[in-house]
Design a protein around this ligand. Structure first.
Ligand SMILES: [Zn+2]
Length: 292
């Protein structure tokens, strides 16, 4: 529970009543006592009383305690809530018939008749808990760290919010000279004339090539990649040679990396800027980028 910060200012309240440590502890004990009785009523019939798991208590408090309810109502529909929704974990069937990797994926399925289809979890932020910088080049400088975390959470980006403002909007124009910068970085994330998107794309390509090589594959990148449509000079970014093997022989797998953004950032109708492009279908920008 997050009393600590407020406590340092001596202004902890509960249901509008200023709290001393004594009566605050009493309140918590009362809440906990109620939770325990609710749990005992709702839980498996057991002759022995036992405390619910911390996870269950947290879930119960955040769902039902009035302070948390008020907080949730205040953030409903806000950028914070949208960002949270955009980064939730998702579960998908591993083998899809229209997938490029269906042969490979099908090979990994359990073959028993009654086996359940495999499912894969997509956890957008889980990499934060598993990756460690292995070289000095991989470390994030403080500005990058600030920008990543504030934009992921839905806060103003410090590098942009420190710019001079007029009517609470930055007065600086983007390098494209057409649009003003916004505090959350939506314009710079979508501007085709002047953004870091090309740099980020090339960086990804430069990382993925060596990564697949460490797994023993022969990899081509950039201009080495076979063109999928010679007439239009269209080519992917990374090609893994002889990746797919099936009855027809071996085939190469080509990745075309795309970067997309979930919000409007350069609309000619400025009131759209910063809004989600597909509020009722959050994965739509990804799907569309993958198909284009
Ligand atoms: Zn621009």
């Amino acid at each position: 529970m997050s009393f600590t910060n407020k406590e340092t200012h001596g202004a902890v309240t509960y249901n509008g009543i200023p709290q001393t440590r004594g009566n605050r502890d009493h309140c918590l004990q009362t809440e906990s006592g109620r939770l325990l009785s609710v749990f005992q009523l709702a839980g498996p019939a057991s002759p022995q009383a036992h405390h619910p798991l911390q996870k269950r208590v947290t879930q119960q408090l955040s769902t039902h305690w009035s302070s948390f309810k008020t907080l949730r109502q205040r953030y409903a529909g806000s950028r914070f809530e949208q960002q949270l929704q955009l980064h939730l974990s998702q579960k998908h069937k591993a083998t899809e018939q229209d997938s490029t990797l269906r042969v490979e994926m099908n090979g990994l399925e359990e073959q028993a008749d009654n086996a359940n289809p495999r499912e894969l979890w997509w956890k957008p932020l889980s990499w934060l808990g598993t990756l460690r910088p292995t070289t000095v080049n991989d470390t994030w400088d403080p500005a990058l760290c600030q920008t990543f975390f504030s934009s992921t959470l839905g806060l103003e980006v410090p590098a942009l919010s420190s710019l001079p403002r007029h009517h609470n909007q930055p007065t600086a124009k983007c390098g494209c000279k057409k649009f003003l910068l916004d505090l959350h970085g939506d314009h710079v994330s979508t501007c085709t004339a002047h953004s870091g998107a090309t740099k980020a794309h090339d960086w990804m390509t430069s990382i993925l090539g060596p990564l697949f090589r460490t797994a023993g594959h022969q990899v081509r990148t950039q201009f080495g990649v076979s063109s999928s449509d010679p007439a239009r000079q269209k080519r992917g970014d990374v090609e893994i040679v002889s990746y797919l093997q099936d009855a027809d022989g071996s085939r190469n797998l080509v990745f075309d990396l795309r970067i997309t953004h979930d919000r409007y950032g350069k609309s000619d109708q400025p009131h759209h800027n910063g809004q989600l492009t597909h509020p009722n279908d959050l994965d739509a920008p990804l799907r569309m980028a993958a198909k284009s």
